[in-house]
Write a protein that binds this ligand. Structure first.
Ligand SMILES: C[S@@+](CC[C@H](N)C(=O)[O-])C[C@H]1O[C@@H](n2cnc3c(N)ncnc32)[C@H](O)[C@@H]1O
Length: 191
């Protein structure tokens, strides 16, 4: 689906992406389990765009959620913390209970660098759900993705660990199953 700055309900759209790869939990369910555990969920959207998803979470959970976003472009939505800058260079806000990123990471490449930064930004028991485009339907690498990014993803799938976190990758393939079109990478930091 094309990126639309005016997406009405980005949260619903993000959840559709997760559902499409067989992920059963919605972002709301992930937020709710952090609220249950800690009283408040600290949530970061990497490449938040118009921050629509964070805005939806704030409307739904109020003070139960701290909304944080990072993007190169200014957002007009009011969120608790907005970092304007390049997420490859800027320090990410720390101690996040949930980090998510959709339709963004292929634009920057350097997958190992950003995924490691995200992993290090997780609070104990924090989770990350990252949707990463890899190749288009013709097999061409998306955005700034390089073969080294793809290799990192494949190695991580085998290793199933990164830093202090468990890593799980759900891959989507092209019709002939010759190459990976995208992945959902899930991280779960240990206590
Ligand atoms: C296609 S949009 C997706 C926005 C939102 N996640 C969504 O799904 O609607 C990609 C976003 O990533 C941001 N972006 C790309 N590379 C970035 C980087 N290196 N640092 C910060 N933001 C970046 C762009 O400014 C843009 O807002």
């Amino acid at each position: 689906m094309a990126y639309g700055k005016d997406s009405v309900n980005l949260l619903e759209l993000y959840n559709k992406f997760l559902e499409n790869v067989g992920e059963k939990k919605t972002l709301q369910q992930l937020v709710e389990s952090a609220i249950k555990r800690k009283g408040k969920a600290v949530v970061l959207d990497v490449g938040c765009g118009n921050a629509g998803a964070l805005h939806e979470l704030k409307k739904r959970y109020g003070a139960g959620v701290e909304t944080r976003g990072i993007d190169m472009e200014q957002t007009e939505q009011a969120i608790d913390l907005f970092v304007k800058g390049d997420f490859l260079k800027a320090e990410l806000p720390q101690k996040n209970d949930l980090v998510f990123s959709f339709r963004t990471l292929h634009e920057a490449g350097e997958t190992e660098k950003i995924v490691s930064k995200i992993e290090q930004s997780l609070a104990p028991l924090g989770k990350a759900v990252l949707l990463i485009r890899v190749r288009d339907e013709n097999g061409a690498l998306e955005g700034e993705m390089k073969e080294s990014d793809e290799e990192f993803i494949v190695k991580l799938a085998r290793k199933a660990r990164l830093g202090k976190s468990r890593a799980k990758i759900i891959a989507a393939f092209d019709e002939k199953r010759e190459f990976i079109t995208g992945v959902v990478l899930k991280l779960e930091r240990q206590a």
